[in-house]
Design a protein around this ligand. Structure first.
Ligand code: ZN
Length: 199
């Protein structure tokens, strides 16, 4: 699934915030994505490995954060981004899977997963340049609130289901490399080590 990092963001996704609030949009560009480091106990790793807390109160502030996260995800050509990846240990993530619309999930619960599982290649904005096949349920049902505080239930399959499960994992402090077998994980870690040496 190399596409997960290479899907071009839509023109609309860039122009709407730009037209509506230039200052806000420029600020959005400053949201930094936290990257996994190949060393124990680094601050970045500590944040990525922590379980996020519920948002509970969906205020204007969280709405702004959701928009910033969508802009950051589009800027870095991702299809999903979760709170911990931008240093926010709150249960919020955004998605924009291919063929789907941008979505915001606040305080989500995965309420059903299919027995059928599929293997697909995944990447992560917090672990750039690393790809691996991960097995996950093919279909899911999720309950969450959107940025306006409206509750919704969504049934998803294919790429959207995968992105949702990947982002949901981030809220639990789980990274996709944790779902690999020992050999797969060792391969990923050696790649991270090489990247570190290359500077
Ligand atoms: Zn990720």
């Amino acid at each position: 699934m190399k596409k997960i990092l290479s899907i071009p963001c839509s023109f609309r996704a860039y122009t709407i915030p730009f037209l509506h609030n230039t200052a806000l949009f420029l600020y959005h560009l400053n949201m930094e994505i936290i990257r996994l480091e190949n060393k124990d106990n680094s601050e970045n790793n500590r944040v990525l490995r922590q379980k996020s807390k519920p948002v509970k109160n969906i205020s204007g502030e969280i709405r702004k954060t959701a928009q910033e996260m969508l802009d950051t995800m589009h800027r870095d050509k991702g299809v999903g981004l979760a709170g911990p990846q931008v240093g926010l240990l709150k249960r919020i993530f955004v998605t924009h899977a291919e063929g789907d619309q941008p979505r915001v999930f606040i305080d989500p619960s995965i309420i059903w997963t299919s027995q059928d599982q599929v293997r697909y290649e995944e990447g992560c904005l917090s672990i750039p340049g690393v790809w691996a096949h991960v097995t996950r349920p093919e279909k899911i049902k999720i309950q969450a609130w959107d940025e306006k505080g409206r509750a919704f239930t969504l049934e998803a399959s294919g790429l959207l289901a995968r992105v949702i499960l990947h982002e949901y994992d981030h809220l639990e402090g789980i990274l996709f490399i944790d779902r690999l077998d020992t050999a797969g994980r060792a391969k990923v870690l050696s790649k991270l080590e090489k990247q570190k040496k290359a500077g």
